[in-house]
Design a protein around this ligand. Structure first.
Ligand SMILES: Cc1cc2nc3c(=O)[nH]c(=O)nc-3n(C[C@H](O)[C@H](O)[C@H](O)COP(=O)(O)OP(=O)(O)OC[C@H]3O[C@@H](n4cnc5c(N)ncnc54)[C@H](O)[C@@H]3O)c2cc1C
Length: 597
């Protein structure tokens, strides 16, 4: 059942076995998994079916250094489905190396093993609708083994894959399940402004809810899950009074600290000396049609041995906005995004950087913007092919109800491509968020964001490029050519974050070392849980959402026990997972075997 908080009587008190705060992928998966096990659930969600500016405004935060963090109202979406109403759909698991103790991440220890986490990866892929949990091209029989002729996997691998979801908007895809599942109530237009503990502060008693129309009511729960996204989960704990006069979760001073995003950008071109028509620069398809893409990564042991951060790289397009690429398809895309139609096609977080505006946390907006005429001249180079491309791609992208192309890549006849990196942001205590003096329309203090990068982060990205370059040269297939003389300045200029929000409620075995325990319960409050990217102690090179869903499933299994697998799968997804599973194929030992490490 879905009801608006505006229709709930002022001062009412509701109760459920499980209260889930937030209806993004973390909240929806938690709620549906639990209710299919017979648990009575209430979900509280700020927004409703449509993304509305009044709700987005609630997320605004102070950014004293605006160049280092994207506006939060760009990076989250409030409504049923959460930020999946605007996300890209890229699904990447964390790697085994992320879970082990490394010198670089010495101060951030995972209390959960890699094996323990990836046990839930197949179910998470079902929810994400990104196909089977296969993340290595060697497990997909019909795809060629090598990215370019002669480039074998070794210390550097080009067989690792990222996969794409439809991209699934969880609010649309699972709306009828949320509405029709017995025992499940979703209360929309309602923000939880505070969590209350019982008298002896040993358990969470319930949550206080408010609506923008002035309504307020409370909900009690035997268990409470905070699933309001990385930053909002942190903010809600900070706004809730806990033991010893501190906020809930702030028992050891870690709440809000260790804030991590990723480092993303382009500082080199990949120049290949192999035949240009044999480079796999494009998306490929798995057996069920899901889009996959190859990435450059390092072997597990190699990363540790050379003290490199976890990092991936891939072949990219030139910046759309700079017409010197002379490509008609790129210019057509630029012109559409730049026109009034652009806001209908893509949210600001995607559209603005692609049209040449620098938005921290995105790799674009670094090149100079060309005049519209320069782009029109590019179109005139291949008018017919471009119209066909525009119709084909545009129709599939905008109107297909199933799998949509995540984007497109263009062939470079000189076999030279921008090389994009996505790197781990290393944990450091001083990188943090805190409550500011400003309050939002519901009276909740807004966040102030003080995200930081250190020389170690920058050095790691540069070192990884040097290792990639050496490997290409040693294999006789090409090299990296740097785009700037001062690489440090180039990498630093591109640092910025906001799209993946990691670390600020991190998990730990020892209460002195973090906010939640290995089962995501706030230390000392066993019935209050957090499921968001903020619980991850390290950021890895992976986008966060697939692992957030992994941990949501794991939490519900922990709380309510195993059921027959079928029951807890998303209804709309197929249950068959042909081929080897991720856990089978890339467990740390087999991964090391394959790399010869
Ligand atoms: C442009 C863009 C592209 C992205 N692309 C990718 C990608 O390709 N791959 C990837 O892995 N990730 C991507 N992400 C990140 C991804 O969207 C998030 O990791 C994911 O949505 C997080 O899920 P969540 O459920 O934890 O939080 P959210 O999706 O943010 O959902 C949280 C929900 O909680 C609600 N809420 C917040 N506070 C309260 C409150 N106090 N009371 C009640 N409700 C509340 C919000 O309204 C929201 O609906 C992208 C993000 C953006 C902005």
């Amino acid at each position: 059942m879905i009801i608006s908080g505006n229709d709930i009587e002022q001062g009412a008190h509701l109760h459920a076995q499980l209260v889930v705060i937030g209806a993004g992928p973390a909240g929806i998966v938690s709620a549906l998994e639990a209710s299919r096990k017979g648990i009575e659930v209430i979900v509280v969600e700020t927004g409703n079916r449509r993304r509305r500016r009044v709700y987005q405004r609630l997320s605004k935060a102070r950014r004293p250094q605006p160049d280092l963090h994207a506006p939060v109202e760009f990076t989250v979406s409030r409504g049923i489905g959460g930020t999946t109403s605007i996300w890209g759909g890229r699904c990447v698991p964390y790697d085994a190396v992320d879970f082990v103790q490394r010198d670089l991440t010495r101060e951030a220890r995972w209390p959960v093993s890699y094996r323990d986490a990836v046990a839930f990866l197949d179910r998470a892929c079902e929810w994400m609708q990104c196909g089977r949990p296969v993340f290595d091209v060697r497990d997909i029989e019909h795809l060629p083994r090598r990215l370019v002729p002669g480039l074998e996997d070794g210390d550097v691998r080009t067989s690792t894959l990222e996969r794409w979801s439809l991209p699934t908007n969880f609010g649309k895809e699972y709306f009828s399940d949320l509405r029709d599942t017995p025992g499940l109530r979703v209360i929309t237009d309602t923000t939880c402004v505070r969590i209350n503990l019982n008298d002896d502060q040993s358990r969470a008693a319930g949550v206080e809810c408010r609506t923008l129309s002035g309504g307020s009511f409370t909900i009690g729960g035997d268990d409470i899950i905070v699933a309001t996204g990385g930053l909002e989960s942190t903010r809600l704990l900070m706004c809730s009074p806990g033991p010893a006069g501190k906020s809930i979760g702030d028992h050891s001073g870690h709440l809000g600290h260790w804030y991590m995003a990723h480092l993303e950008g382009v500082v080199a071109d990949l120049v290949l000396t192999t035949p240009a028509d044999q480079t796999i620069y494009y998306y490929e398809h798995d057996v069920d049609g899901s889009y996959v893409r190859r990435r450059f990564t390092f072997g597990h042991d190699y990363l540790i041995q050379h003290e490199l951060p976890n990092i991936s790289g891939w072949i990219a397009n030139p910046e759309l906005a700079d017409a010197s690429h002379r490509n008609a398809w790129l210019s057509l895309t630029y012109l559409v995004l730049h026109s009034p139609l652009g806001s209908l096609v893509a949210p600001p977080a995607q559209r603005l950087p692609l049209t040449g505006r620098r938005v921290p946390g995105t790799p674009y907006g670094m090149a100079s913007r060309s005049s519209v005429w320069a782009h029109i001249r590019n179109l005139a180079r291949e008018p017919v092919a471009t119209i066909w491309f525009g119709l084909g791609f545009g129709l599939k992208r905008l109107f297909s109800s199933g799998r949509r192309p995540p984007g497109f890549f263009v062939l470079n006849r000189n076999n030279r491509y921008p090389f994009q990196y996505h790197a781990e942001h290393l944990p450091q205590y001083d990188s943090c968020v805190r409550l500011s003096d400003n309050v939002d329309e519901l009276g909740m203090p807004r966040l102030e964001i003080d995200i930081r990068w250190t020389d170690k982060d920058i050095d790691g990205v540069i070192a990884a490029h040097r290792h990639w370059d050496n490997y290409l040269r040693a294999n006789g297939v090409g090299r990296l050519e740097y785009l700037a003389d001062d690489l440090r300045a180039a990498v630093r200029e591109r640092t910025g974050g906001g799209f993946h929000q990691v670390g600020t409620t991190r998990m730990s075995k020892d209460p002195d070392d973090g906010v939640v325990d290995e089962n995501l319960a706030v230390h000392g409050i066993p019935n209050l849980h957090v499921v968001a990217s903020s619980v991850f102690p390290t950021s890895g090179q992976a986008n966060s959402t697939l692992m957030v869903v992994v941990f949501a499933i794991r939490l519900i299994e922990h709380l309510y026990g195993a059921t027959s697998g079928l029951n807890s799968m998303p209804r709309s997804a197929s249950n068959s997972c042909p081929g080897r599973t991720f856990a089978d194929s890339t467990s740390p030992s087999s991964e090391s075997d394959r790399n010869g490490n």
